[in-house]
Design a protein around this ligand. Sequence first.
Ligand SMILES: Nc1nc2c(ncn2[C@@H]2O[C@H](COP(=O)(O)OP(=O)(O)OP(=O)(O)O)[C@@H](O)[C@H]2O)c(=O)[nH]1
Length: 364
Amino acid sequence: MPPSKNNWLEKLLNFGISEGSANNLNYKQVVNLALALLCVTDAGMMLVFALQQAYWVVGFYAIFMVISLFGFYLHSRHYFSLVKLIVPFSTIVQIVVTSLYFFGPGSDFHWLFVTVAAYAFTAFRPDEKIMRHGVVLLSVMLFTACEVFPVEGVHMSNADQRLTAVLTFLWTLFTLAVVINVVIARLRKVNDYLRVLAEKDELTGLANRRKVLANAVIMYTEAMHYHQPCVFAILDLDHFKRINDTFGHDAGDLVLSEISGVMQSCLNKGDAIGRYGGEEFVAIMGNTTLTEAQQKMDSLRETVENTYITTEKGIVIPVTVSIGLAAISSQTKRYEDVLTLADTALYQAKKTGRNRVIAQQPTF
Ligand SMILES: Nc1nc2c(ncn2[C@@H]2O[C@H](COP(=O)(O)OP(=O)(O)OP(=O)(O)O)[C@@H](O)[C@H]2O)c(=O)[nH]1
């Protein structure tokens, strides 16, 4: 995947994940993010209680901060199954103690168990059901206990409790926004990457058959809608089987990838080209008359003819291409009809000696 601009975030998400241990990448990244957020949360709580001058509570949160940092250390040592348990259990203990002892159930601090359940569903894989359900069940039981047991908070006044509740609410909102933002941004990136893979021909780097036909539909529809000329071309390398048989399949692959680049460089920016299959390509030229397309394709044919592909062993392979052209007309009903006409023209080009461009005149 292309490197992200947010380098520090990438470094954090990928901490302890080496190339060879990249299984369950997303789960591991969620755990790293959770550990980091837990560290920041603990730092925030230390600040809140330091302002209250409750220094031993500061110490309590410092211990959990150290545990989170220890989680990063364990991750760097590849103890991932242990690391992913640190976050829920450290959070559970902190919520229970903070909720029951410092704030009291009236503060509703224990609603933070929602974050533990959210973590369990994102950090444990579907095949780790026991762990996932166990953490959620434990959270539900402890949440119920916090709701039911009337233990008073012993260290905070009502005003401080309210302030802490507001701060906690804002912080939870912020962390959820961060997590959702990171998750969505990453999903988008993966999605873009998969789309490129799904639309690209691996050997030539051109659009694959699916993508070039999708482009054909778009360009055909636009041309029909705006009454503009549009030409479809099918380009087929000549005697390609002979190239494979004489120089080998690898040399054939080299010819395909080199000639693809040459063909693309002969087209205009708005034109579309893709690999139709084997040694056959499709080009669509929008806003181009048949005469203009014929000139462009003839120049492309000549460029291919003058291109000599040299293999690693120094063997020079001459290549030529035959091209069939057809333009859309007022009679055209479907884009496939234009492709069929271009294919007929290509057949003529092959039959009449190859290395030539033949245009199928439109029928009105
Ligand atoms: N190296 C290589 N060869 C391929 C690839 N895809 C298809 N081919 C070969 O392309 C050849 C196409 O052969 P034919 O359809 O007979 O066409 P041709 O030899 O070019 O003959 P004409 O089109 O009539 O000039 C076959 O031998 C296929 O195996 C590929 O990705 N790499």
